[in-house]
Design a protein around this ligand. Structure first.
Ligand code: FES
Ligand SMILES: [Fe+2]
Length: 348
């Protein structure tokens, strides 16, 4: 049995861990608006109620299957565009205009939503979970300024993309990096693993020797991964760290749909705001480099990790961590069936 045969979850699109997944940008959904959205095979309606909160429900009306995104948001509920049945934020039908009393109707599945970094996220898994949308550990507790990069699609599974940033082996071959990085893993929680470089700034030219004074210890390069699909990169000298979050989600074809988020601590005053604009712009350039790198390789890869070597140590830790993630609350197949065939009960 090869090493690859022992891997049951990592890089396998039939396994989808519980976690927060980005859905659409916040500015695409104004007060009182509804939009269609898709996560894996699930068609959803996302809408913003009068209280400014975002809700996500299964998209198809249990009456005849109209897509609710074409309906009307009323208060914190949504009314179907076809025969005007109305569903509340829990997906419960609360009004059928032609009936005095609404009959019992299949409840639409409700997805827990959150908003952060200018994005709307859904929690995939147990709706009672209290897990928060990820924050770079060094930025915990700070008010943040952030901006979004362009959404992108890569032809491979999110896990495979996430490998890239800890694959020190390929930095030399593909990116001609002069530094030898050693990524030390640290488990932060059941669903979060961090990798920090431990090697100092290389001394290969006068610029790098000069820059060494700004790095008290190692050359800062730290990755924090949540659920194997959303990760942050921290780079930069000790006096100014740059942070990029890569939010990835798998689609039903096993590809990665990604969104880059550039983040920094909020700074006060006009000078602070201007400074942050520059910092976020520079971060975006770095983010674009990461997001566009290795595109050709990812477009053709058939990921099978058959022959790990010593240089792949960090990746092995990542795989091991991912293999221990628990299975999500619902089976994809079962959900897919429900979503395609809305309620067929004959109660009337
Ligand atoms: S299809 Fe929605 S009310 Fe008829
Ligand atoms: Fe790369």
């Amino acid at each position: 049995m090869s090493f690859a045969d022992k891997i049951k979850k990592f890089g396998h699109s039939e396994f989808v861990p519980d976690g927060w997944y980005w859905l659409i940008s916040s500015k695409e959904l104004k007060l009182g608006q509804a939009r269609p959205a898709k996560f894996l095979n699930y068609d959803l309606v996302v809408y913003r109620g009068e209280d400014n909160e975002v809700r996500a429900l299964d998209a198809y009306c249990p009456h005849m299957g109209a897509h609710l995104c074409d309906g009307k948001v009323e208060g914190n509920s949504i009314r179907c565009p076809f025969h005007f049945w109305k569903f509340n934020a829990d997906g419960v039908c609360e009004d059928i205009p032609v009936l005095k009393e609404p009959v019992k109707v299949e409840q639409l599945k409700k997805y827990k939503c959150g908003e952060k970094y200018g994005l709307i996220w859904i929690w995939y898994g147990d709706n009672e979970s209290t897990v928060e949308i990820p924050v770079v550990p060094e930025l915990e507790g700070f008010t943040l300024d952030c901006t979004l990069g362009k959404p992108f699609v890569k032809e491979c599974h999110p896990n495979v993309m996430m490998i890239n940033a800890i694959d020190a082996h390929h930095f030399r071959s593909v990116h001609n990096l002069v530094a030898d990085l050693e990524m030390e893993p640290k488990i932060l929680s059941d669903s979060c693993i961090q990798f920090s470089n431990t090697t100092p700034m290389p001394q290969k030219n006068w610029f790098l020797r000069w820059a060494t004074q700004f790095y008290a210890k190692a050359l800062t390069y730290e990755l924090t991964y949540w659920w194997g699909h959303t990760g942050s990169v921290m780079v930069g000298p000790d006096f100014l760290h740059f942070y990029i979050i890569f939010a990835l989600r798998p689609n039903s074809e096993g590809k990665s749909e990604g969104q880059t988020i550039l983040v920094t601590k909020q700074r006060s005053g006009v000078t602070g705001a201007l400074f942050n604009k520059i910092v976020l712009y520079l971060t975006k350039l770095v983010g674009n480099y990461f997001a566009t790198g290795d595109t050709l390789i990812f477009s053709r890869i058939k990921f099978k990790f058959k022959t790990p070597i010593k240089a792949d140590r960090a990746i092995l830790h990542f795989v091991d961590h991912y293999e221990k993630l628990s299975q999500n609350g619902f089976a994809v197949k079962e959900k897919e069936f429900k979503s395609c065939y809305p309620n067929d009960q004959m109660t009337l």
